[in-house]
Structure formats: structure tokens, C-alpha cells
Ligand binder design. Structure first.
Ligand SMILES: [Zn+2]
Length: 339
């Protein structure tokens, strides 16, 4: 049974050690440390030390390319897209070239930067990588006359070339069936490329997809991720407060789907619990979510994030201490059931 949480917002080693000890005491045996572009640039040795301390305490460690290239989940800025503007995702606008601050998953410079990130990740001694919500830009735009248009990425020259080679005609600007498929395969190829290299370096690979299997989220056929050779852990993050859904239904439905697919390919199912932006008075729903994931057969449960998001205004729960106490109580209960 794996029970854990993500951790970020602190790079002072002695405080990291205290927090890791607290996580262990609170029922965790897994920590997902974020490793942003800022970290690899300014905290490379610190990250090695943080992983070492976490493992010494007794936690399994996964590293998360938090907001790297702005194509993974994470409240972190990207320097790559500023330094290499040609590597940005280009939008499907007919009126002119518009690029967003997200790296193109087919851009060689970005893939090279991801390899650099992986080098450090492997060097830290972490057990695995947590590939969180890899995605391409999608948006809906209403023009002057009230017509809503779907705007998507990526339409850069590299993507256009790949599209033409695959489908035998120029990439259209509309979100056609072929474009939907192309966007998904772009993300899948990116994941496969990185997980193969990561696996060769002795790291495990965990992937988390958005809890919605619709084309606009990029990956709409989860099975294609689960069946990848070097994906060891597959999961999703049914954050019911964020999607304004009912906790039991949403966490239950997503968990069952994840478990079913993982059983088919002998992979480890993982479910993420929303422990951030938890509204006052709704804290008990976090407890329900953990129970529902467990009852659905999930034995790798992780919470985003440590201490209810108290370290970050943008995602903090209204009463973060209470949220973490509930998570800890549930984790300890599950340990008793399992043992
Ligand atoms: Zn592109």
C-alpha cells in the first residue's frame, strides 16, 4: 500500500527533514517532490540532498517536472519558453501567428531540455518520475460577432510537417478527427520517448491524466497510456471541488476506470485526492474521497498536497491544518486495515 503527498515550497534542508519525518508519522510512505525549471537551475544539489533526506527518513520518492515548459501541471514559471520562443506551441489562428507560453512537445530543443531534467532526476537517486497532466493548449474564443471558435495547439512548422507525413495532406485549422488524433499521439509519443529513457536510467514512471477523457484534454484514450511498456503506475486526479462534481460519484467512477485498465495491463493504479482549495465546512469530503478510492481497489493513494496547500495562497485550503489532519487520520486507518 502506498500513501503519499506532493511536497513543494521549501528548499531549506533541515525543514524538509522535519516535514518528511512528519509525513512518515502522519501515515505516508511516498512523497512526490516537485522539481521545476527554477530547481534544476538554482537548486540542483539541494534537490539531491532533499531526495536523500526523504529516502533516509523512509519515504519512496518520485520527482515531478512541475510546470516545466508549462506543459505539465504546476504553479511554476517557464524560462525555456522565454529563452527559446521558436519552441513554443503555435495556436490555430487564421488571422496571424499567435504563440502561447507552452513548449511544443515535438520541439527538439524542448525534448533536449527534458533530457537534461531527467539527467538530474536520475542523479538524485529518486525511485521514479511522476509525469503530471501532460497537455497541449486548448481554448474557446468568441469573436466580435459572437461566434465561438475552438483554438488549439500545436500548429508550429515541426508539428505541421509531422502531420503532413502522417496524414498525407496539410494540417487544417479546424479541430477535425485527424487533428484530435494527432494531438493525442503527440502527447503519447512525448511520454513514450521520456519514459523509455527514464526507465533505462533505472527510474519508474508514473503518469497522471486529467479525470476527463475528452479530446480537448489531449489524451482521450487512456488505454494507450496504460499499455505503454515503461509506464509502471497509471492514475488520474478526480479533483471534485475543482470540477464541481459530487465527491463519491466522481472519485468512484474515475478510480474504477483506472483500476480496470491497470488490471488489464498489470500496472499499478494511482488516484490523487484533492487536498488543496478545500472549502471551509467541506473538509470531511476529503475523507470520503480517500475511502472511495480505497474501496475501488486503489492501493496507491496520493494527496495534492502536503498540509492542505498552506504554503501557497493560490491553492490553499480554507482550513489547511484540518484538511491534513483528516488525510493523516484516513491514511493511518488504511494502514490498520491493510496490516
Ligand atoms: Zn509544435
Amino acid at each position: 500500500m502506498r500513501l503519499g503527498a506532493s511536497y513543494f515550497g521549501n528548499r531549506i534542508l533541515k525543514h524538509v527533514r522535519e516535514d518528511m519525518e512528519k509525513m512518515l508519522y502522519d501515515g505516508c510512505n511516498l512523497v512526490i517532490h516537485t522539481m521545476s525549471e527554477h530547481d534544476i537551475t538554482y537548486h540542483s544539489q539541494t534537490m539531491v540532498d532533499i531526495v536523500k533526506v526523504s529516502r533516509e527518513v523512509g519515504l519512496e520518492v518520485f520527482l515531478d517536472p512541475w510546470g516545466v515548459g508549462r506543459v505539465f501541471g504546476g504553479e511554476s514559471f517557464s524560462t525555456i519558453v522565454k529563452l527559446f520562443p521558436e519552441s513554443r506551441q503555435r495556436l490555430s489562428f487564421a488571422e496571424g501567428e499567435i504563440k502561447v507560453n507552452k513548449a511544443c512537445l515535438n520541439a527538439k530543443i524542448f525534448k533536449d531540455k527534458m533530457l537534461h531534467w531527467l539527467e538530474l532526476a536520475a542523479y538524485t537517486g529518486a525511485e521514479g518520475i511522476f509525469w503530471d497532466e501532460p497537455h497541449l493548449f486548448y481554448g474557446e474564443f468568441t469573436d466580435l460577432f459572437g461566434k465561438t471558435r475552438i483554438i488549439w495547439a500545436c500548429t508550429c512548422p515541426t508539428c505541421k510537417d509531422i502531420f503532413k507525413n502522417c496524414y498525407g495532406y496539410e494540417m487544417p485549422l479546424d479541430l477535425t478527427e485527424d487533428v484530435i488524433e494527432f494531438r493525442q499521439s503527440t502527447i503519447l509519443n512525448f511520454l513514450e520517448y521520456l519514459s523509455n529513457i527514464s526507465s533505462k536510467k533505472g527510474l519508474k514512471n508514473a503518469v497522471c491524466v486529467f479525470p476527463v477523457s475528452k479530446p480537448k484534454y489531449g489524451i482521450y484514450q487512456w488505454e494507450k497510456v496504460v499499455k505503454m511498456k515503461n509506464i509502471d503506475v497509471f492514475g488520474s486526479d478526480p479533483y471534485w471541488f475543482s470540477y464541481n462534481e459530487h465527491v463519491e460519484d466522481y472519485v468512484g467512477k474515475t478510480s474504477r476506470e483506472v483500476v480496470q485498465l491497470c488490471e488489464k495491463y498489470q500496472k499499478e493504479p494511482q488516484i490523487w485526492i484533492q487536498g488543496f482549495k478545500v472549502p471551509e465546512g467541506k473538509e470531511e469530503e476529503v475523507s470520503t474521497a480517500i475511502k472511495v478510492a480505497f474501496d475501488s481497489g486503489v492501493r496507491n493513494i496520493a494527496t495534492w498536497c502536503f498540509e492542505g496547500g498552506a504554503c501557497m495562497t493560490y491553492i490553499s485550503s480554507d482550513r489547511p491544518e484540518m484538511v491534513w489532519d483528516i488525510i493523516s487520520k484516513e491514511y493511518k486507518e488504511l494502514r490498520k486495515i491493510i496490516s
